[in-house]
Design a binder for this molecule. Structure first.
Ligand code: BES
Ligand code: ZN
Ligand code: ZN
Length: 491
């Protein structure tokens, strides 16, 4: 879909050319583009302020049918995210009008210290992600995604920049895969169905796959995972994917919460809080999609992806509040609330992965608590970690990808909140305050000293409103973040 080109804009007939424009600096050297930008800026209605756009037709010096000028605002304010947004918006405006092709003019100077390669990468990310549609369930498809998006660069740098497209497509293709999975309704992605879909994707990419089915989970005594699955008609699985690299020194294990639907269980969710709970597998979707992307980009680090997949439902067989279960690592847990199910499936997957693969790093991603959304809002994830270097790497990856992460505390004395009168622990805290921390502390009991980071994505995983490069629904948050983290840890 993405390709880097170098053509003579004066001679080549193209449909739409998107041109990013700065308010206060010319960022093109090409004579045709320079004078086109000048002409656009001479129009009263266009000052190149952020989010401003204007179209020009039949401009003699460039053979595009239409040029859309995209305001970037002031030069010093431009960063990777404003470039992604600009590109996403350009694509979205073309999807509506179905042009034959879309071209982007890539700035020919360093912008604010950003190399052309970084500028191009951000533009490609915004364009790729903005081109994603989820219309599987629509009888009449109103919009069509663009087949090809071209990036016009100066001839001398084209060869150097060409490999970027493939990497962006691999990683952002992971993001859109995660979005699709999140958007599929729970009736079409029961644990059994979704497992099949994951296995078929992973197999195509050559990942090593193991599926622990219900019988195996019983055999291994994964009592916490099984307790959550007990109320559902669909049987649970623990899917393990592996990306192995000969000679790699380190192993990163990724664990993702895969609750295909969270009704709350017997502590049933009330009001509107259940309606988006098909998205409670967003952490698992991010982990699987990251491994699938990694199989294409081949980072030099061993990766394990562990995805516990269950549905949290009500029935005569459902786990009750007050029940006591035994987790895989032997600790007993009193169920204080059946809606605190994510942490139960995660601890069995985490302790299994730690014991079996002895990874150097452990990262879990989960739509774990409403409390984290209260703390940080809908656009940022909370990071809880027992390791300074790992948490710094996660936060740095978040800055780079704009999948923002904010460090949260793991105060030892709060562990008291998880005490049970009858079992080793309770799955909820004794107070509703600090719920995201209580959940993270609960997980911390199952990491066995492995450097670990827990990323609570309950806020950013799903959005009921579209933005510059994402439609309403699953955002695929976590795939670009984890892929960047893998780059950092693997180099
Ligand atoms: N899946 C939810 C968390 C969630 C809330 C995700 C909102 C996305 C948006 C989780 O399983 C849950 O229900 N957590 C409870 C925990 C409580 C019972 C201790 C919560 O946050 O209320
Ligand atoms: Zn829940
Ligand atoms: Zn949940």
């Amino acid at each position: 879909m993405l390709s880097v080109k170098s053509v003579d804009l004066k001679k080549t007939k193209i449909d739409t050319l998107a041109v990013p424009v700065c308010e206060d600096k010319n960022i093109f050297k090409n004579a045709g583009l320079k004078s086109a930008v000048k002409k656009a800026l001479s129009l009263k209605e266009f000052n190149a302020e952020k989010d401003e756009t204007v179209s020009l037709y039949d401009f003699s010096e460039i053979k595009a049918r239409r040029m859309i000028f995209m305001g970037l605002g002031k030069y010093e304010t431009i960063d990777l995210e404003s470039l992604r947004k600009m590109a996403g918006k350009s694509v979205k405006s073309c999807i509506r009008q179905e042009p034959a092709s879309l071209w982007f003019a890539v700035p020919e100077v360093r912008i604010n210290g950003l190399e052309t390669s970084e500028v191009l990468k951000a533009m490609q990310e915004g364009a790729f992600l903005g081109n994603h549609l989820f219309d599987k369930y629509k009888g009449r498809k109103e919009k069509k995604a663009l087949k090809k998006i071209n990036f016009q660069v100066t001839a001398s740098v084209a060869a150097k920049l060409r490999p970027i497209s493939k990497k962006v497509a691999a990683v952002c293709g992971g993001t859109t895969l995660a979005r699709d999975w999140i958007n599929i309704p729970a009736n079409d992605k029961t644990p059994e169905k979704w497992t099949r879909s994951i296995v078929s994707r992973a197999r195509k990419q050559g990942l090593k796959i193991r599926v622990l089915n219900e019988a195996r989970l019983k055999q291994k005594k994964m009592g916490a995972l099984l307790a959550v699955a007990a109320g559902s008609q669909s049987k649970p699985n623990l899917v393990i994917l592996e990306h192995r690299v000969p000679g790699a020194q380190k192993t990163l294990a990724l664990v993702g919460k895969g609750v295909t639907f969270d009704s709350g269980g017997l502590n049933i969710k009330t009001g509107n809080s259940m309606v988006t709970m098909k998205s409670d597998m967003s952490g698992a979707a991010a982990v699987v999609a990251t491994l699938i992307s990694a199989a294409k980009t081949r980072p030099k680090i061993n990766l394990i992806g562990a995805i516990p997949i269950v549905e949290n439902m009500v029935s005569g067989k459902a786990t009750r509040p007050g029940d006591i279960i035994r987790s895989y690592n032997g600790k007993t847990i009193e169920i204080g609330n059946t809606d605190a199910e994510g942490r139960l499936i995660l601890i069995d997957a985490m302790s299994y992965v730690v014991k079996t693969y002895k990874p150097q790093y452990l990262v879990d991603v989960a739509t774990l608590t409403g409390a984290c959304v209260v703390a940080l809002g809908e656009k940022m994830a909370g990071v809880f970690s027992n390791d300074e270097n790992l948490s710094a790497a996660v936060i740095a990856a978040g800055e780079k990808t704009y999948e923002r992460c904010w460090r949260m505390p793991l105060p030892d004395d709060y562990k008291e909140l998880l005490k049970s009168d009858f079992a080793d622990m309770r799955n909820i805290g004794s107070t509703r305050w600090g719920g995201a921390i209580a959940a993270a502390l609960f997980l911390s009991e199952f990491t066995a000293d492995t450097p670990w980071a827990h990323i609570d994505i309950a806020g950013p995983a799903y959005s009921t409103k579209p933005n510059a490069y994402c439609g309403a629904g699953g955002t695929g948050f976590g795939v670009r973040l984890l892929s960047e983290l893998i780059n950092q840890l693997g180099s």
